[in-house]
Every structure is written in structure tokens, then in C-alpha cells.
Design a protein around this ligand. Structure first.
Ligand SMILES: Cc1cc2nc3c(=O)[nH]c(=O)nc-3n(C[C@H](O)[C@H](O)[C@H](O)COP(=O)(O)OP(=O)(O)OC[C@H]3O[C@@H](n4cnc5c(N)ncnc54)[C@H](O)[C@@H]3O)c2cc1C
Length: 329
């Protein structure tokens, strides 16, 4: 066994620590959607050191093919807008990491240890901007045909359905823009179905859909089963009727990504992260922004502009909190 003298001992310990010590930053932001990217811009521009970890680049915004309601751009794709937001945050020093955060631990000194598949980070404050993920129909056949006609993103997969017959289930903006995207790529027929007797999306989309020859809107229809052999061939509805189709797009909203928050002891309200007017959660040093928060519990208001707004508020609150920590020493 090698016996080390005091200096060698210390050097080895320091080396081990350096290897084990994760990156340290002032602020950790989870999420690469518009809320997180805006928070990163504000925080890094104010001189706070920021690490931002996210799995899907641009978040849900990255799935939007054409955005017409983000001020300053008549039309821009979600990915292009995300590129611009990312570049702006990076310009001020934000370190962006593409990875999944598995856990976040609160350390004894009140700091947060973020563990991700792309490395660990220790931060003094945290902004959770984890948004949402697609909701499933929960009907027989759905899981079986994922990637074989079953999709959750019409704007992403529309191009594969040229000259095909498809169903878009859902009545919100994502369903509307998905239906129009399928019409644009030349799907033979798109049945846009709503489970109630109305559509929840913006009126402008309904007018556009009604003017397209290849779109049929059906109300009070709910899918109860998806059938096929190798790919989807037929869909059965709650009224017993069925339709021969090649694809099904479920655009029925999102499930908030609150698992990390819950594990940290962050309080929820109606399944969303509960925040006050300054985007503070019940846990000291943890802030939240965007679609995942209780401030936007009306699905219609889950928008890029509302998310960027909350990203701003969360960053300003986090900056204030970090300044308070400095004063306390
Ligand atoms: C198809 C589609 C079209 C849309 N079109 C428009 C439009 O035209 N105009 C408009 O205003 N809005 C539109 N929206 C809504 C808009 O995109 C959302 O409101 C907005 O993206 C929400 O932003 P967010 O930052 O709160 O969350 P999200 O965009 O959902 O981002 C969440 C981020 O958190 C990350 N994340 C979550 N959990 C983890 C984890 N454990 N580890 C690492 N990362 C994690 C995700 O990877 C993602 O990067 C559209 C949405 C969809 C789905």
C-alpha cells in the first residue's frame, strides 16, 4: 500500500475532489423551452452564472412549424425561434447542456445538486421550466401502432402522410395547426375530430380549416379503438361507427412535467407547480416558469408569450434571491 505524506495526501484529495466536484453555477434552469430560454437570457445578462439543462430543444415550441403570434415575427418556425433565443442566452454566458435531469437533491448548505445524463451541477438557485409532454388517448391499439401510423405531433410527421387519410383528435391550437399542416402537405383527407360539439382553438384556424377541401370536421367523436395489421387501417368511435384511415394524430393536450418538482417537495396546485406572483415556489431557492406552473392553468393560455413572460419574472426573482444570499455572505 502506498503511504502518502501530508502534501501528497492533500494533492490527491484535491485531485479526487476536482474530479468528483460537479460544475458549480449560481443558477440552474431545467428546460430548453421558451420559459427556460428567456429566464437564461435575463439571468446571464445580469451577470449570474447559469447552467441550463434540457432534453427537447425548444420544448413544445420546437414542434411548431409555423408561429404567427410571437410579436416581432410575422411567421417563424419553432426551431428557428429557439435558435435565436438560445444564441441570445449563450451570448451572455449561459452554459446549455442537452440532457435529461434524473434527480435534484437539496444539499445541507441549501444548494441544489442537479444530476443529469450529461453531467452533474451544483447551483445556488433553481428555475423549473419543465413544460409538458403529450397526452395519450389511452385506447386499445394506440401503443401498438406508435411509429406505424400513430403520432403525437402532426407538425412533425405530416410529411409522411401525403395522399393518405388521417384523423386528428383534439380541439386546441395544436390540433388545429396539425390539421392545417396535414392539409398543406397534401393528405388526401383529414378528419379533424372533437369529442365535444365545439373546437377550443383560435377561431382563425377554424375558418382556415373550413376553407380547405381536404379537411372534414366531425364533432362529438371519440376514438375507442385503433385497428390494423402492420400499420393503422381502421379507427372505431364511441358511437360504434368506424373509419378506414392510414394514420391517427393525438393532439389532445399535454401532461405537466412535475416529477422533479414533486421529488423536491415543491407544492402543486391542480397538478401544476404552485407559484406566487413572483414565480416563487414553496421551497426556498426554487422558482418555476411556463406551462408547468399554476399561473397558466387554462390550456388556451399555454403560449410562447405567456411562457417567456413567466421566464422573465422567474429570472428576476432568482436574481434577487441570489443577491440576498451574497449580502448574507
Ligand atoms: C405542435 C405545437 C404547436 C404550438 N404552436 C404554438 C404557437 O403557434 N404559438 C404559441 O404561442 N404557442 C404554441 N404552442 C404552445 C407553446 O409551444 C408552449 O406553450 C410553450 O412551448 C411552453 O413553453 P415552456 O418553456 O413552458 O415548456 P416547454 O416548451 O414544454 O419546454 C419544456 C422543456 O423542459 C424540458 N424538460 C422537462 N423535463 C425534463 C427533465 N427531466 N430533464 C431535462 N429537461 C426536461 C423539455 O425537454 C423541454 O426542453 C404550440 C405547442 C405545440 C405542441
Amino acid at each position: 500500500m502506498l503511504i502518502l505524506g501530508p502534501t501528497e495526501d492533500l494533492e490527491e484529495e484535491q485531485e479526487e475532489n476536482a474530479q468528483a466536484r460537479p460544475n458549480e453555477k449560481d443558477l440552474g434552469i431545467i428546460g430548453l423551452g421558451p420559459a427556460g430560454l428567456t429566464a437564461a437570457l435575463y439571468a446571464s445578462r445580469s451577470g449570474v452564472s447559469v447552467v441550463q439543462v434540457g432534453l427537447d430543444y425548444g420544448g413544445q415550441m420546437g414542434l411548431a412549424m409555423e408561429i404567427e403570434n410571437y410579436p416581432g415575427y410575422e411567421m417563424i418556425s419553432g426551431i428557428e425561434l429557439a435558435d435565436k433565443m438560445k444564441a441570445q442566452a449563450e451570448k451572455f454566458g449561459t452554459k446549455i447542456v442537452f440532457g435529461e435531469v434524473s434527480t435534484i437533491d437539496i444539499l445541507e448548505n441549501g444548494r441544489f445538486h442537479i444530476k443529469s445524463d450529461m453531467g452533474d451541477f451544483v447551483v445556488k438557485a433553481l428555475i423549473l421550466a419543465t413544460g409538458g409532454r403529450h397526452r395519450e388517448l389511452g385506447v386499445p391499439g394506440e401503443k401498438e401502432f406508435v411509429g406505424r401510423g400513430m403520432s403525437y405531433c402532426a407538425t412533425c410527421d405530416a410529411a409522411f402522410f401525403k395522399n393518405k387519410t388521417v384523423i386528428v383528435a383534439g380541439s386546441g391550437d395544436a390540433a388545429a395547426t396539425g390539421t392545417l399542416a396535414l392539409s398543406d402537405v397534401g393528405a388526401k383527407r383529414i378528419y379533424w375530430i372533437s369529442r365535444s360539439d365545439y373546437l377550443k382553438c383560435e377561431k382563425i384556424y377554424i375558418e382556415r380549416a373550413k376553407n380547405r377541401d381536404n379537411i372534414t370536421i366531425l364533432y362529438n367523436k371519440q376514438i375507442t379503438e385503433i385497428k390494423g395489421t402492420n400499420t393503422i387501417e381502421e379507427v372505431v368511435f364511441n358511437d360504434g361507427n368506424s373509419l378506414k384511415v392510414d394514420g391517427v394524430f393525438a393532439e389532445i393536450g399535454s401532461i405537466p412535467n412535475v416529477e422533479l418538482a414533486q421529488a423536491l417537495g415543491v407544492e402543486l396546485e391542480e397538478g401544476l407547480i404552485k407559484i406566487d406572483d413572483e414565480c416563487r415556489t414553496n421551497v426556498t431557492g426554487i422558482f418555476a416558469a411556463g406551462d408547468v406552473t399554476s399561473k397558466i392553468n387554462n390550456p388556451l393560455m399555454r403560449q410562447i408569450t405567456t411562457s417567456t413572460g413567466l421566464g422573465t419574472v422567474a429570472a428576476l426573482s432568482a436574481i434577487e434571491y441570489l443577491q440576498g444570499l451574497k449580502i448574507k455572505g
